[in-house]
Design a protein around this ligand. Sequence first.
Ligand code: ADP
Ligand code: MG
Length: 682
Amino acid sequence: MADLGTNVRYIKGIGEARAAALEKLGITTLGDLIAYFPRGYEDRTQVRPIRELTAGESVCVRGMVAADLTAYRISGGRTIAKTRVVDDSGSLDLVFFNMEHRRDALHQGDVCVFFGKVEDNLRRKQMINPLFEPEGRQQVTGRIMPIYPLTAGVTQGLMARAARQGLDACADILPDVLPDRVRQHHQLCRIEYAYENIHFPESAEALDLARRRLAFEELFLFTIGLERLRSRREVVHVPPCGGVDMELFYRALPFTLTDAQRRCVEEALADMRSGTPMNRLCQGDVGSGKTMVAAACVYFMVKNGRQAALMAPTEILAQQHYQGLAPLLENLGIRCALLTGSTTAKTKRSITQQLESGEIDFAIGTHALITGSVAYRDLGLVVTDEQHRFGVAQRAELAAKGDHPHILVMSATPIPRTLALILYGDLDVSIIDQLPPGRQPVQTFAVTGGYHQRVYRFIRKLVGEGRQAYIVCPMVEENDQLPDERKAVTEYAKKLQSEVFPDLKVAFVHGKMKPKEKDAVMAAFAAHETDILVSTTVIEVGVDVPNAAVMVIENAERFGLSQLHQLRGRVGRGRHKSYCVLVSDNKGEENKQRLKVMSSTSDGFAIAEEDLKLRGPGDFFGSRQHGLPSLRVADLSCDLSLLHETQSAAEQLLAADPALKNHPLLKARVELLFELNADAMN
Ligand code: ADP
Ligand code: MG
């Protein structure tokens, strides 16, 4: 008998050829097959009177065929066949291409149900190649059909048949991870019903029930996994940190911290004094001043006699942190070092040695900080900046360089509050919800490519006033038809320099440059040796050039909302009124909506909510990046109440059975889901 691990090629009705096709979708086992859910549905249950149809909708009509099909030859040796269907309310033209072989499928007087997309042809309505069947048969009409995500060589039909075979093959063997009690208490349907109806819904209500059950299950596993991570954390004890006079630090700053910054610092210090390791996420919009919160924590830790490390995702950012923090902290008696991929072997040896002996108190760097040879005498605090770029695993690697060091994660991706608590569920959360005083919102415009000359004139005007400009080039994806990013950036910069701004200094930077070159270009821009910087998204994270007052983003449709927001955060960092120009010729609804959001708000949290709505949580968080499982059925932008339900269910279950002894299947599934952390969870 089959089980969920059975290879699909052994399932009745699938066989070698289809199995090979399915493999392209990542489906190899029966379990994969039935868990390959539709991405949407086509509702073919609505039968409508012909008179009420409007162009663009896909619906069923029921009616009588008015005449036998008449066929014509058209160019390219193709044939076209036409007839007309009538119901009580009106008539509709039916057009079939290449139906030669089914010439007698439709006859005058047949009563059939047709499903198709309604189109306007001159003044008549028509359907092209509608699906049809005799009234009452209900095989291709009258049902809700699944629409699967596909790839070349796999059709909807193949996928739907395979799903049908798969469901039939495992009718009696589906294990239910939800304990009966939970299922009943929360009025969730059985697993067989859920799988059947997520693929082939009997009705809209059945689909809702199926979805709710599967979403609940997903969130339930997720919450249990996070709860277990959290509880594991609490067993560790570390020596509590002592009191430090923070006034000395505050007085050394060129500005007063905002209340929000102060609060975050206080929360972090309280953690470090508590005797259990800090695991805190500090979230704040771009420009909210997260770096100083980190610096305060570093100061606190070093004055406690231990070391600290700050890891940034890029060379440029690490460098900038070093340049910003080292002078301040050195003045306060803290010995700092910068360690990145481009640090020479000799310097690296010396730094490594001093980290090991404790002569260096604070190391700033890239992932070079976690490479094998680097060791610390007593690493007490680990800060990772722009956390969405690091996975849980990398964070853990750095932490492993010390003996349960305190961890502070800085994220520039504002996440709706409820979500932060869940997605960073193993972290406590502090939010900097206030910008330093005097910031003006960046005025944002969306324009089409036709406005380029005006945009250039605007740049020229601002540069004339002493400001600088960023121009961000189209992002280049793999397999893209566009030239690679290097070419896009260098050619655009060359063109701007020679044809548009011959009298200004145009520089460029892209991700394929050597770190040294990149840094040199960035440093020159920061020192105002250049006026205009053409770049890819390498400038997205964290760089700080307060004199830059305008950013132009070309092909803005290629960027996600949160990314546009991050990019825009590079301007408006100083005293000057700043602008962001989004250039896009894309007329799609989603793009329009995106650009509208960008032009109307600068609130990162509001933008994040919109982004979540537009893209869904899977994309938004890029599960691989944060190292937590992605959600496939549950939609956190609308399933929040379901989430609260699962949370209380998970708490109750864990309170009664913390090790999940009575629920071995549930335990196994949770651990599988949190693969990364499975070892640590036992
Ligand atoms: P982000 O949260 O994006 O990392 P940064 O830490 O880079 O923000 O800070 C952005 C800018 O604001 C920097 O130039 C920093 O010096 C400045 N800044 C930070 N805190 C304050 C404050 N309390 N008052 C005035 N300026 C501040
Ligand atoms: Mg930052």
